[in-house]
Design a protein around this ligand. Structure first.
Ligand code: HEC
Length: 109
């Protein structure tokens, strides 16, 4: 795989107009969270982000063991840095709720 070519293709495919922030939990996750937490919630992709689900996740053993606590944490703190135009603290309550449901559904699958 030749990375400069891939990067050029991705850049040329990027729309020049501002795209709306996705509203479904999985699309939001891919846009704003997978950058650090990984496409499979495995963590460790960037900034030592912890796993959010899977065998190594400590999420439900920590402070965010209720959906509401988790939603609030996400809404106020994530993403940790701007990703794809989504800034820390900019998620709305419905967006954070969608993300919470998306994360938690992996525990009930
Ligand atoms: C720039 C990297 C980065 C991005 C992007 C990011 N996170 Fe995080 N996240 C972290 C780091 C680092 C931590 C651990 C430090 C902390 O808790 O502040 C963390 C912690 C968390 C935790 C707490 C995990 C635990 O076990 O306590 C949750 C939940 C979470 N992130 C969800 C999200 C969601 C949802 C998104 C997308 C909206 C997101 N993160 C985007 C880096 C990131």
């Amino acid at each position: 795989m030749r990375w400069p070519l891939v990067v050029a293709l991705v850049l040329s495919a990027t729309p020049k107009i501002a795209v709306p922030v996705p509203s479904t939990g999985d699309a939001l996750y891919r846009t704003a969270c997978a950058y650090c937490h990984g496409a499979h919630g495995q963590g460790g992709v960037r900034r030592h982000a912890p796993p959010l689900w899977g065998p190594h996740s400590q999420l439900l053993k920590g402070a965010y063991d209720t959906p509401n606590a988790l939603r609030q944490f996400i809404q106020h703190n994530m993403p940790l840095e701007p990703v794809n135009g989504i800034n820390p603290g900019s998620l709305t309550e419905p967006q954070a709720t969608s993300l919470t449901k998306y994360i938690l559904h992996h525990y009930h699958a």
